[in-house]
Design a protein around this ligand. Structure first.
Ligand SMILES: [Zn+2]
Length: 167
């Protein structure tokens, strides 16, 4: 299920999902058992967080708006991989240790779609240690938790502009 503040974001997410299907159909088939909901908020910025066992990925809108379809697709692959880390009981590890294998999976996907350029981009974001910048965005983390609560209480309907079931 996709939730987003406007149609252009939904379209981009759909294109990213199509790219995953066309690039790696096996990965695509596993995707929705790992990642149930993609929820893009109205907040600016790139902070995002994946919740297990709810399988909800919250991301602020700039993360989707400012990146191309290839990168958005690779992010989806990355987040879905975190679900497998949870299953293996690794989810309580420090974030930098969770990130490195997820980045590897993301890089592998990007290499398939973009060749070496994608791998260079991954190296860049890794060097930036984006998770440290995100950790300072306390407001977004609070917002995600509020949304999660609304979501679980079934009160999220008013915010939804579109809902597509890809499963
Ligand atoms: Zn991650």
């Amino acid at each position: 299920m996709l939730y987003a503040p406007h149609k252009a974001i939904i379209t981009k997410l759909e294109n990213a999902l199509d790219l995953i299907r066309n690039t790696d159909n096996r990965e695509y088939k596993k995707l929705f058992s790992r990642l149930g909901v993609i929820f893009i908020t109205r907040r600016m910025g790139v902070t995002n967080e994946f919740f297990m066992p709810e399988k909800i990925w919250f991301a602020n809108r700039s993360l989707i708006e400012k990146n191309n379809i290839q990168w958005v697709a690779s992010l989806i692959i990355h987040e879905a991989f975190h679900a497998t880390q949870f299953k293996n009981g690794k989810y309580i590890a420090p974030i930098d240790r969770l990130e490195s294998p997820a980045l590897k999976v993301q890089a592998k996907f990007l290499k398939k779609v973009e060749g070496i350029r994608g791998v260079i981009d991954i190296k860049k974001v890794t060097k930036d240690s984006y998770w440290k910048h995100m950790a300072e965005d306390v407001k977004s983390y609070t917002h995600f938790r509020n949304l999660l609560k609304y979501f679980e209480d079934g009160k999220i309907r008013g915010r939804r502009v579109n809902k597509i079931n890809h499963a």
